[in-house]
Design a protein around this ligand. Structure first.
Ligand SMILES: *[C@@H]1O[C@H](CO)[C@@H](O)[C@H](O)[C@H]1NC(C)=O
Ligand SMILES: *[C@@H]1O[C@H](CO)[C@@H](O)[C@H](O)[C@H]1NC(C)=O
Ligand SMILES: *[C@@H]1O[C@H](CO)[C@@H](O)[C@H](O)[C@H]1NC(C)=O
Ligand SMILES: [Zn+2]
Length: 978
């Protein structure tokens, strides 16, 4: 009530003023060229879940856990901004802001719009959440920026559009994130966590700000700055209700402290100014969940500004202004300087020589996988919404809800696994809800675009434990609808949990498709929480353009599928020498009879000794964030005694291995699939009183990789890593030689020598490394005994169904000649990220021709990925295409999107920045020069689009719809439909 009163009174005053309103850089306060300009940046860092759930943070619920209430923060900040037009504030997390906005009166909304239009409230970063940069896939980052920026654009127009990235809390920074910012037209980004040695070196070299060369394939540069101290307040100057630093006492009081407070602040500013190249410095004023009573903050900052500037009359060279990261960057840009360049990334993050934040790359493995499932159904639901033209309010809401939850999941305490258990459970709940909506949308659409207008189109989310309610009693008269989210026709094997019965599979045209029954591993059957007793999977190969239906029926005849029998079983005493060969027409594996381990792999004309096993790091004080070894000897790889059983079908061959009570695996080969699948199961991991265990999968080859390996950035480009080395500083790895060599692996890790290359692809984000030449490891699962003291205050010791968590997942091996292109790895990567989604219906026998058709994207060039196809505004569709080969793998490709445009009933098409919200022709972003590049401008320079943005209408020549994509280029279009 109090605030609303203030708001109403002030509205009139605001209206009177708005004549000369200007947002953006025009709204920045003036600076002084002959002084040190201190840009004071009021902000609050509001985690979208961490110690409390998203809603608990918003409402200020459970303040006993952490005192934090975002709704009050925004309420009081708005009230305080109104009081003094000089004040500024940045709003970062759009998920919180949009929730707050939805609860405001029209009057309040008008006031906020004015503040935005005058640049007093500036959206910064603006994505749905402040995403993590290690475990996220680029597709989901793009989605969550699109979502946040669209809300801001719909609500405020261009004045609401952020121009600066603000990733102040994430625990390491990826090059892909910088690339995405540039592609969205951002002018630069700021963050505050960097390896302590890197930061020290940069302090000394005035290199805290740099020009990041954000892509090896694309010419993309982004100004990137590190905050001098973390994002928390200037030491001694936290004026928040949560703090106890001295306020500024300027009255007629014995305690008057203006002089000392101003002295101290200026002394700090002088210290900061020494480390930056221009006469501008940025001092953030805020921290986690600050500004809950913003009057306290602003009242004191007003005084700080007043008294510091007052000193100018007596010769002080310090000028302080309320500012924002955008205004600061604007000043820096105007100052025309050159900066050191940066070409690699900021992983791993070592906050001291014993603390590498590399555990979170793998923490909470099943949540990390679940997030990928969420993205999978989101892409399916988006595409199908477009094809079936779904536009009821309910359908739009469900889709938007799933988009929002996926935005939340990208947050740097969600997908990272660095939240409290109760919060993790809440994320699971939200994502489950969102996914139910997604599958319902898909069902609605499939009823229109398949010949099954009354199909149930159920999804089974636990196929990873061979569980599916729809098939568990009976798979007779079943229709399996397969949806392919990718552009190109795909051939994949489909597995359905079934009983030991005979089935026949037919395709859309009634042709019989070869199928076989494969036994499920004993470790899956033994899972107590599994709600089914099926022990087999029916396997068949499907060929799918966008959608295909396969029909399963029970048959009596012996000619139908028979379960594959074990051909070889080795356990306990029956050890013998020699090897067991398992092969398809393209891949040959040998297993050492004695150890039970994989010994050699032959594929793509290359043969290599590859021993594959599991290892355990026994750790003492690792935590959700940190992977921290206590004693380097505490790492053991299981090198023998593995029981194995071989199953050989005509399409699939499996080697079921048992390593110990809590680690087992199936190595799988499919006919015509040039990759070896490792289907692992880990847990419940045992725990000792003093030691946790962290389980890794290890591939040891004889490839002479000489310490070099390659890891992906967010599922896109690869970065070259060198063991024990860093790009710009000396590594300090004597205390944590392994943890300090760990990198995030979101899709792929590889190594090679002049002859051979081994790549491992995964199905969720994990930490990984190459600690020995020829060897690759990925951390799969962690069970710990201590908290790492970084805030969570809980031990990472997940339990589910009353026992320590069991996790299952897959990694894939590709062995190839080093001379071959790595493009095949790319294709696998796409397929693992977005495989066929399976929908189940009863086959009533009655089919009808679909009400709507689905287009084919098969005429897109092979390297073009349908990155996004989704409903945008009413009567608009967003289309995003990507050339997913990099400069070493592919070429510039051209194709024509007129057929798709016509299918969509297009009227006109316009090209936008990556996020879909800004016409590409309007993009104009800051250009900075790298030191040593030979260029040193004298005027501020800008980038505009490097190519002519596509803008065509239906009446134009089809040739005008040609789209060209350079390697790794993404282009985004909005199609307006008739
Ligand atoms: C199976 O997948 C679901 C969805 O991703 C996940 O929640 C569950 O934990 C997985 N089960 C195992 C054993 O990994
Ligand atoms: C190893 O196992 C395979 C498969 O059973 C068998 O054919 C082979 O003879 C064994 N090797 C030796 C040397 O016994
Ligand atoms: C980046 O800096 C390195 C080292 O100073 C230099 O060799 C390289 O040419 C620079 N690259 C660009 C694009 O300026
Ligand atoms: Zn945070």
């Amino acid at each position: 009530m109090k605030y609303l009163g203030v708001l109403c009174v002030t509205l009139l005053a605001l209206q009177a003023k708005s004549a000369q309103a200007a947002c953006g850089y025009e709204s920045c306060h003036e600076t002084k060229s002959n002084m040190v300009n201190i840009h004071l940046v009021p902000h609050s860092h509001d985690d979208v879940g961490w110690l409390k759930t998203v809603d608990q943070y918003f409402y200020g619920h459970k303040n006993n856990i952490q005192h934090a209430g975002v709704q009050y923060i925004i309420d009081t900040v708005i009230a305080e901004l109104i009081k003094n037009p000089d004040r500024r504030f940045i709003q970062v997390e759009t998920s919180f802001f949009s929730k707050w906005w939805s609860e405001q009166s029209e009057t309040a909304k008008e006031i906020v719009k004015k503040l935005v239009n005058e640049g007093r409230l500036q959206f910064t970063n603006g994505a749905w959440s402040m995403n993590d940069e290690a475990a996220v896939n680029y597709q989901s980052v793009i989605d969550q920026f699109s979502l946040g920026l669209k809300f801001l654009d719909d609500t405020f127009g261009t004045c609401g559009r952020p121009t600066v990235g603000w990733q102040i809390d994430p625990f390491g920074h990826s090059r892909e994130q910088a690339s995405l910012y540039a592609q969205m037209g951002y002018d630069g980004e700021f963050f505050s966590r960097m390896d302590h040695n890197d930061k020290g070196r940069r302090m000394a070299d005035l290199a805290l700000e740099m020009v990041w060369d954000a892509s090896e394939s694309l010419d993309i540069k982004l100004f990137t700055g590190l905050l001098y101290t973390y994002y928390w307040d200037t030491p001694g100057f936290c004026f928040d209700v949560h703090c106890s630093d001295d306020p500024i006492i300027d009255g007629n009081s014995y305690d008057n402290n203006v002089k000392s407070r101003v002295d101290d602040f200026i002394a700090y500013a002088a210290q900061v100014a020494e480390k930056f190249r221009t006469n501008h410095i940025m001092i953030p004023m805020g921290g986690d969940f600050q500004y809950e009573d913003a009057e306290v903050n602003f009242k004191n900052m007003d005084k700080l500004v007043k008294y510091i500037n007052e000193r100018q009359s007596s010769g002080s060279k310090y000028n302080i202004i309320y500012s924002t990261p955008a205004c600061y960057l604007h000043s820096v840009h105007q100052s025309v300087q050159s900066y050191p360049n940066k070409t690699q990334d900021f992983f791993p993050y070592g906050s001291d020589s014993n603390s590498f934040w590399t555990g979170y790359f793998s923490s909470r493995p099943t949540q990390k996988r679940f997030e990928r499932d969420g993205n999978h159904i989101l892409q399916v639901a988006k595409e199908l919404s477009v094809f079936a033209d779904l536009n009821s309010e309910e359908q739009k809401e469900k889709l938007n809800y799933l988009r929002q939850i996926m935005g939340v999941m990208q947050h740097h305490d969600a997908i990272t696994g660095t939240e409290k258990q109760a919060v993790s459970n809440d994320y699971d709940r939200l994502l489950s809800d969102g996914m139910v909506g997604g599958t319902n949308i898909a069902r609605d659409a499939l009823r229109k675009v398949t010949p099954l207008p009354t199909g149930e189109f159920e999804s089974c989310l636990n196929l990873n434990i061979s569980e599916c309610a729809f098939t568990k009693d009976n798979a007779d008269n079943l229709a399996v609808t397969l949806y392919n989210p990718l552009a190109h026709t795909t051939k994949q094997y489909v597995r359905l949990p079934v009983k030991n019965e005979n089935y026949q599979v037919t395709d859309d045209k009634g042709r019989v498709v070869a199928s076989e029954l494969v036994p499920v591993s004993q470790q899956i059957i033994d899972l107590e929480f599994r709600e089914t007793d099926t022990q087999y999977e029916l396997v068949f190969k499907a060929t799918v353009d966008k959608i295909a239906n396969y029909y399963v029926k029970k048959v009596e005849s012996q000619s139908a599928a028979q379960p594959i029998k074990a051909v070889k079983s080795v356990s306990g005493e029956t050890r013998e020498d020699g090897e067991t060969v398992v092969q398809t027409s393209t891949i040959k594996l040998t297993i050492d009879n004695n150890s039970g381990l994989l010994k050699t792999v032959e594929m793509n004309g290359i043969s290599e000794n590859i021993e594959q096993s599991f290892g355990v790091y026994r750790t003492y004080d690792s935590g959700a964030y940190l992977f921290r070894q206590y004693n380097q000897g505490d790492f053991v790889i299981q090198d023998g005694g593995v029981e194995f059983t071989v199953y050989e079908g005509s399409q699939v061959k499996e080697i079921h291995q048992v390593f110990n009570e809590y680690v087992s695996q199936v190595i799988r080969l499919y006919e015509d699939r040039n990759t070896v699948e490792f289907d692992w199961q880990v847990g419940p991991i045992p725990r000792e009183e003093e030691f946790g265990n962290e389980v890794v999968i290890v591939f040891s080859s004889e490839i002479e990789s000489k310490g070099v390996f390659y890891t992906d950035a967010n599922g896109r480009e690869l970065l070259k890593r060198e063991k024990d080395k860093r790009e710009d500083f000396n590594s300090e790895l004597d205390r944590q030689p392994t943890a300090g060599n760990y990198y995030p692996i979101t899709s792929r890790i590889a190594l090679q020598d002049s002859k051979k290359r081994m790549a491992i692809l995964n199905d969720r984000a994990q930490g990984g490394s190459s600690m020995k030449d020829g060897q690759i490891e990925l951390m799969l699962h962690r069970r710990l005994v201590r908290d790492d003291g970084l805030g969570v205050d809980e031990v990472l010791n997940e339990e589910k169904y009353g026992q320590p968590l069991i996790a299952r997942g897959k990694v894939y091996l590709v062995l190839n000649s080093a001379e071959e292109s790595t493009s095949a790895e790319r294709e696998w990567e796409k397929e693992h990220h977005l495989p066929l989604w399976k929908f189940f219906s009863k086959n009533s026998g009655s089919t009808s021709s679909p009400a709507k058709s689905v287009p084919s994207f098969d005429d897109f060039p092979k390297s073009v990925h349908l990155l996004t196809l989704e409903p945008f505004n009413d009567g608009e569709v967003l289309l995003r295409v990507e050339n997913f080969m990099d400069h070493t793998e592919g070429n510039v490709v051209s194709f024509n999107i007129r057929p798709l445009f016509d299918y969509l009933n297009g009227e006109e098409i316009r090209e936008t920045t990556l996020d879909g919200n800004l016409p590409l022709s309007d993009m104009k972003r800051f250009k900075f020069h790298a030191e040593g590049s030979g260029v040193r401008g004298s005027e501020p320079e800008y980038y505009t689009s490097a190519h002519k943005p596509l803008e065509v209408t239906a009446s134009q020549d089809p040739a005008d719809f040609a789209v060209t994509l350079k390697p790794m280029q993404i282009r985004t279009f909005i199609v307006k439909t008739k």
